[in-house]
Design a binder for this molecule. Structure first.
Ligand code: HEC
Ligand code: HEC
Ligand code: HEC
Ligand code: HEC
Length: 125
């Protein structure tokens, strides 16, 4: 028992790191916990594959930072959920969570003339 515990602990640590390293590469859909139960099928988003195809190198294009109501696109916030800064409820101040996704995703697709803009193309059954 005394010897197996450290082995079990290190196995758990390795697993934890492997999971952290895999998470965005393995992402296929978006279903942030902040929404609770979704009313639409989770949006399609194969993180790494999407960004390669779309040729987006700068993480801060999506993972911007911000404080005091101002967006900062010079510093990346990768790893911080959008929901940490964009609240689910419309408060009248700032961009609510659903709009944050819609404006960012659909906004760029419209600008580039590429990528889905219809509901059912992202919220696929
Ligand atoms: C086209 C937009 C976009 C770009 C570009 C982008 N990401 Fe993301 N990334 C997302 C979204 C959306 C999420 C999910 C975050 C959320 O919903 O709160 C995410 C999640 C993540 C996560 C958390 C994974 C998890 O499972 O919790 C990490 C880490 C991450 N991105 C790293 C990066 C890095 C590093 C880059 C640049 C090489 C990058 N991202 C570029 C949109 C993007
Ligand atoms: C560290 C805090 C922070 C994080 C994390 C963050 N944002 Fe923001 N974002 C802001 C701030 C501050 C603003 C400016 C005030 C506002 O519109 O809410 C902003 C503005 C926006 C806007 C409006 C921009 C415009 O020109 O109208 C969109 C869209 C947006 N964020 C989407 C996202 C998405 C999607 C994510 C996750 C991938 C994300 N944000 C992560 C802080 C953050
Ligand atoms: C800065 C620009 C940009 C942002 C932000 C962006 N996309 Fe895209 N997206 C693209 C481009 C460009 C394509 C077309 C890529 C190609 O040539 O196939 C695309 C394609 C897609 C596709 C088609 C399948 C695929 O993976 O190629 C899906 C689904 C998609 N985007 C979902 C999203 C979602 C969901 C978000 C928000 C979390 C998002 N996109 C944010 C630029 C963007
Ligand atoms: C470019 C992709 C994209 C398009 C197009 C799009 N959405 Fe979304 N939508 C998202 C993302 C990303 C989220 C946040 C994560 C999620 O819900 O999967 C979201 C969230 C939502 C939510 C809140 C979460 C829920 O399921 O309750 C609703 C409601 C919604 N979208 C409805 C729509 C409707 C209606 C349309 C068409 C008018 C639409 N969306 C078009 C990507 C998209």
């Amino acid at each position: 028992m005394k010897r197996t515990l450290p082995i079990l602990l290190s196995a758990a640590l390795i697993l934890a790191f492997a999971q952290a390293a895999l998470s965005q590469a393995d992402m296929t859909t978006l279903a942030p916990a902040a929404f609770g139960k979704l009313t639409r099928p989770a949006a399609q988003f194969k993180h790494d594959e999407h960004n390669e195809k779309a040729k987006i190198d700068d993480c801060a294009v999506c993972h911007h930072s911000g404080a005091d109501g101002k967006q900062d696109k010079t510093v990346s916030s990768e790893g911080t959920p959008c929901a940490d800064c964009h609240k689910l409820e419309k408060t009248g101040k700032g961009t609510d969570l659903t709009n944050a996704y819609h404006k960012q995703c659909i906004g760029c697709h419209q600008e580039k003339g590429k990528g889905p803009i219809a509901c059912g193309q992202c919220h696929k059954r």
